[in-house]
Ligand binder design. Structure first.
Ligand code: SAM
Length: 197
């Protein structure tokens, strides 16, 4: 018998579906925004079978690679969604329902005229806050110092998040892009926030 795909096609694109329906069980939900080939997502899902993991990406070719890993390992706690992440978080994630958002190496759009395409802006941070559980976390990394500064400023202006100390380097599980940038000698900038109300 072939393992079924974990790529999830929402039946309703206008309003959220409960996580219990999507995963078939109740468990804390972690979302990897821009999951790419899903290496990080799959590793975390394997390490924490008592938690549910959702990976979002707009590139189907990458999600298919993630799906193949999940099926090979027989993981039942992973779902993948092919959608624009801003839309998904704003409209399809239930309010107060997410334990952790992972946002690692989002496209930095370094040219000034492209910066409005960046995923993380005030509206997105507001949607993260609304959809997190009290005490929920956002974990962010980038190799782009300018984007890092902009993201830290947006979170700093938003009441309702406090900064956390970043974990020690030795405890951080690298994503594919973090490993790629590190192999080229580039720095990775990290920040975590917690929702406090
Ligand atoms: C630079 S890669 C990082 C992948 C992975 N997080 C890592 O660190 O290895 C960015 C990923 O985000 C996806 N992406 C970029 N903007 C997106 C958006 N608005 N909605 C969904 N996916 C997006 C891209 O397709 C790509 O797979």
């Amino acid at each position: 018998m072939t393992t079924p795909t974990c790529i999830y096609r929402p039946a309703n694109y206008l309003e959220p579906t409960p996580w219990e329906v999507i995963f078939g069980r109740a468990a804390p939900v972690e979302i990897d925004v821009g999951t790419g080939k899903g290496t990080y997502l799959v590793r975390e899902a394997q390490r924490n079978p008592d938690r549910n993991y959702l990976g979002i990406d707009r590139l189907l070719v990458r999600l298919r690679k993630a799906d193949a890993k999940v099926r090979r390992l027989g993981l039942t706690n992973v779902r993948l969604v092919r959608l624009e992440a801003g839309y998904f978080v704003r409209y399809l994630v239930p309010t107060g329902s997410v334990a952790v958002y992972h946002i690692y190496c989002p496209d930095p759009w370094p040219k000034r005229r492209h910066q409005r395409r960046r995923l993380i802006n005030e509206e997105f941070v507001e949607a993260l806050h609304r959809t997190l559980k009290p005490g929920g976390e956002v974990r962010f990394s980038t190799d782009d110092l300018d984007y890092y500064g902009a993201v830290v400023r947006v979170f700093g202006c938003y009441r309702g998040f406090c900064e956390l100390s970043p974990p020690p380097h030795s405890e951080v599980a690298q994503t594919d892009f973090e490993a790629l940038f590190a192999s080229k000698g580039q720095s990775i900038y990290r920040k975590h926030w917690r929702k406090f109300d």
